[in-house]
Design a protein around this ligand. Structure first.
Ligand code: ZN
Length: 140
């Protein structure tokens, strides 16, 4: 009476690939976990300068936090936020009123200076002709 329990190889479900007709373990570890490329939901925000709706990632977030109004590069800072294009024209419009309105807050001189210096690093945009000589501040 010997109960011989042979070490059976574990049963692995095998299926045949209809492409190459090769029989393979059902859960092939390689490359089968690629999810179908679904159209990803893209969050859209409006630029407060030109009021154009764009993908959130294409805009720069400005947030009114406990320390004042500042750029939020992570886009995750808590507080009331506003989105602005990375174009100078939109920043100029924003700083001349739209931003304060969007954030429902006055922008302090120090914060404004920081935003202006950020703006000055942006691309002037296609509308203005590149003229480095016009750096003298003379806006009416
Ligand atoms: Zn804009």
């Amino acid at each position: 009476m010997s109960q011989k329990k042979a070490a059976q190889p574990k049963h692995i479900p095998v299926r045949m690939c209809i492409g190459c007709r090769e029989a393979l373990a059902k859960r092939a570890p390689a490359m089968s976990q690629k999810k179908a490329a679904q159209p990803k939901h893209i969050p859209v925000r409006m630029c407060i300068g030109c009021r154009e709706a764009l993908a959130k990632r294409a805009l720069i977030r400005v947030v009114r936090g406990p320390d004042g109004v500042r750029i939020d590069p992570s886009g995750k800072a808590s507080g009331r936020g506003a989105y602005i294009h990375n174009q100078r024209a939109c920043w100029e419009k924003s700083l001349s009123g739209a931003l304060a309105q969007a954030l429902k807050s006055e922008i302090s001189t120090g914060d404004r200076d920081a935003l202006v210096s950020y703006m000055s690093r942006l691309d002037p945009g296609p509308q203005q002709k590149p003229d480095p000589a016009t750096s003298a501040g003379g806006t009416a």
